[in-house]
Design a binder for this molecule. Sequence first.
Ligand code: ACO
Length: 279
Amino acid sequence: MTTYAYETVKIDIEDGIAWAMLNRPEKRNAMSPQLHDEMDDALAKLEYDPQAKVIVVCGAGGNFSAGQDLKKFFRDLDSDPAERKRSRMVANRWRWERLFNYEKPTIAMVEGYCVGGAFMQLCGCDFAFAAHEATFSLSEINWGILPASLVAKVVADMVLPRHALYYACLGDAFDGKEAERIGLITRSVPKDELRAAVVELAVKLMGKSPNALRGTKQAMRHVRGMPDPQAYDYLAEKMKASRVGDKQDSYNSGLKQFLDEKSYKPAHGAFRLKQLADE
Ligand code: ACO
């Protein structure tokens, strides 16, 4: 059994869902170099831990994250360029490279504050659910700095361009409903329904073929930047790759259920199937 012993990160695994919590509640989960090291290590382990099927990135104490730690990540490292470079590489690796290419589905669960550098893991996760009452802010402009690392790019890629420019240049706070409206998150729900909504999504994801889901989410993320000829080729190869080692043989079992057994109509999805059963 994999162990996760950290000071600034807490991992709870329950019924296939791994809750990967930033755990500095007294600092609103501001991200220190130690927290970056620990999240990077935790995500690397969770990716191949068979107990963890879906990863939820969230924060302890009612906040997602107040962004980079302005003391420990910025001021304290001003005089230590080597450690600054190392820590920045680790910070970028877990918040972007790891999450963007992750083997398992990932969900960001946002309550309270989500500020500045926390937009990296917000956009790095495949799905993002937030409380209506959550507070988002690209506050960098208010510190006289730019949304660097990759914050400007991941927000520009995720959000409609007018809204991305507005919130990056003004630094105004906005809530969960506005985050959903501009395309930054998947869904906003009342705070007291947030955890249940995230669990419901995770359970649905666990009902899919892991191979097909992995291939689909990675493909959806990678094709955005590809010209059509390259995307045709990439998707054809990705499709072949997704069938390698598929224990459930999803493609052939799907065909059998639809064509021979007539027991499943994939286009209706699970909801329609339930409706049919109820009729
Ligand atoms: N870096 C370092 N410490 C922080 C940070 C941060 N980003 N955010 C909060 N803290 C610390 C505070 O200094 C305070 O510490 P103390 O108890 O030792 O004094 C503690 O966390 C609690 O913060 P408060 O401000 O008292 O909490 P409050 O709930 O009133 O406000 C809020 C929370 C709105 C998040 C506020 O702390 C804030 O604006 N923080 C800065 C957020 C920010 O701009 N982050 C972006 C940084 S730049 C980047 O990420 C690239």
